[in-house]
Design a protein around this ligand. Sequence first.
Ligand code: HEM
Length: 397
Amino acid sequence: MKPLLPIGRISHPELPSSPEKPAGLIFGENWKELRRQALITLKDHGMGKSGIEDKIVEETEYLLQRLSSLQGVQDSQAFKLTMSGAVSNVINQTIFGRRLDYNNPNLEGIQQFEGFITAAARSMVLPLYQYWPWDPLNLKQLRKYFETAQNFFKSEIEQHKKSLDVNEPRDYIDSFLAEGIKTGNSVFQNEEDLQSSISQLYLAGHDTSSTTLTWALLFLINYPKSQDIIYEEIQKTVGSRSVSWKDREEMHYTQGFIHEVLRCGGIAGNTLPHKCTADTVIGGHIIPEGSVVFGNLYSTFHDESVFPDSYSFKPERYLNDEGKFVKPTGKQMLPFSIGKRGCLGEGLARTEIFMFLVSIVQHFQAKSVGDNKAAEEGVDIFTHSPKPFKFTLASRE
Ligand code: HEM
């Protein structure tokens, strides 16, 4: 079957791959092999003994402690930063085999990494930005974060090389290096590709997931009845133990809520840039080889024939007459895009969003401040993000 979207990618001068020699699993020439290997690693759930669920449960302990310290009226930015630490640590466990403390400067470097990319992308649209003496995009500071992240990735690769056992890969870096040694495949002997792939896994997986969870908080405080129903489902299905991915099968409303968050939050309104690999005709228009095209995912979120009253938040729209969750099919709703270049981390993202969200509602009641609902229209930063809002978290214990 032909891919729905062209499978090529363009390069970006400021991304961790140069335009002359693009690298890594998103922008590199060897994306097919790099993607396959990364998918296997993610499927193996971080290699080693514990699966991704165990890693999320472990991280949840730290997350809940951190959230407990958010006393009184809080800003959504504080929540997003905390979620971003938790989400980064799930990726850290998969890539490096260990988590980083929320106060670790390397974690801050990683968290701010896409701030640099966003600023760099803006400076590409308005190139004069980078020459202005007053640095309106804060590029100098952001570049420092970028360098911290890159140096950290480099030193991790070096350390992994020293302690590698090709028969017992502990994480993504080990499995990459082991594949190069075992198969002799030069793709997996190229450390530039390895470092770029690590950067790109963060770039693609970190802000997207933490922004989704910040949207989830916004809809929890704006729709307290929804929050109550989710809490009832938690009491019935999970009780006081740790949540598992399987629990979702009994939690129909919660699944509807998450789908509605993905749809109404519209975190990625477009795909990443795709490049036509051959002359193509679409709807009578010729799209020449080499053209850059984007998939419009937003259009799938607001197709009134599928989602009537599409700008209203209604988790129950996914429930059938028996109250069971019915997943939107095929191309009805595409928050993770589709085809050969669709989101590589969809499974991981869905798991962590479900498990983190359920754990938060299990332990805290989130509320808006006074009668003020948070604004539901977002702003486009790296992803489509909620405007800053205030909230409180009250412990349920
Ligand atoms: C809610 C969270 C997420 C959303 C909404 C999301 C959405 C997307 C979208 C729309 C694309 C573009 C696909 C295209 O261009 O056609 C994409 C690509 C990608 N995503 Fe995600 N993503 C999320 C989380 C993650 C996570 C957790 C990871 C892995 C750690 C990840 C890894 C990737 C990669 C590697 C690509 C590029 C695939 C390629 O070029 O072949 N994403 N994602």
